[in-house]
Design a binder for this molecule. Structure first.
Ligand code: SF4
Length: 122
C-alpha cells in the first residue's frame, strides 16, 4: 500500500515535534527528497486542516518556517436530539403503509391521521 506524501510529511512533523519541538521546512524537504513547491502545497493543506502550525523563523540567515504538529482541539459539542415526535408518526404503525402513496387511495397528502399528527407537533 502506497503511503501518501501528506501522511509521510505529517508523520515526520509529528516525530520531530515530539523530539525537537518541530522541524525546519527546508530540512523536511531534504529528509523526504521533495522540492519546495511540492512540499509547501502539502504543508499548507495540513495547516488548513488544523494539524500543523507554520511559524516564520530565520535559520542560517535565511527566512524559513518551523513546522510544528499541533492539532486543533475542537470543543466538545453536546447535541440533544429528541426522537419522541418521530416515534409517534402514525405511518410507522399504519396497516396501510405498503399501499400508501401519492395518487393512491391511501395517500399521505390526504391522510387525516398524518395531517392531525403534523398539526399537533407544530
Ligand atoms: S400517510 Fe396515512 S395512510 Fe399513509 S401510511 Fe401514513 S398513516 Fe397510513
Amino acid at each position: 500500500m502506497e503511503v501518501s506524501l501528506e501522511s509521510k510529511i505529517l508523520k515526520v512533523i509529528k516525530e520531530k515535534t515530539s523530539k525537537e519541538g518541530g522541524v525546519i521546512q527546508s530540512t523536511l524537504w531534504s529528509m523526504l527528497g521533495i522540492d519546495n513547491r511540492e512540499g509547501t502545497k502539502v504543508v499548507l493543506s495540513l495547516v488548513r486542516k488544523g494539524l500543523v502550525k507554520r511559524e516564520p523563523i530565520t535559520y542560517k540567515g535565511r527566512r524559513t518556517y518551523m513546522l510544528i504538529y499541533s492539532p486543533v482541539k475542537s470543543a466538545k459539542l453536546n447535541i440533544i436530539v429528541k426522537l419522541n415526535p418521530v416515534m409517534y408518526i402514525p405511518c410507522f404503525t399504519c396497516r396501510e403503509l405498503l399501499r400508501c402513496g401519492t395518487g393512491g387511495y391511501y395517500n399521505p397528502y390526504k391522510c387525516l391521521l398524518l395531517s392531525h399528527f403534523i398539526e399537533e407537533t407544530e
